[in-house]
Design a protein around this ligand. Structure first.
Ligand SMILES: [Zn+2]
Length: 66
């Protein structure tokens, strides 16, 4: 009996099996929607007047180059 999870995008039950290639999403569409929201959030320019967190951004490009 396969485990079931819920699609993070739409909340539909998804069977956690190899038959669900887009798990934890129910479909490619939901996967792309979630990915798109994540990317959009990453590209959003922080509002200086509304920034609850002050985490530094990923600094891979700040490493010294030899
Ligand atoms: Zn879904």
């Amino acid at each position: 009996m396969p485990a079931k999870i819920r699609c993070p995008t739409c909340g539909r039950p998804v069977a956690w099996t190899t038959q669900s290639p887009f798990r934890p999403f129910c479909s490619e569409r939901c996967k792309l929607i979630d990915l798109g929201e994540w990317l959009t959030d990453g590209y959003r320019i922080p509002d200086p007047g509304d920034s609850p967190r002050d985490d530094p951004p990923p600094s891979e490009e700040q490493l010294p180059i030899h």
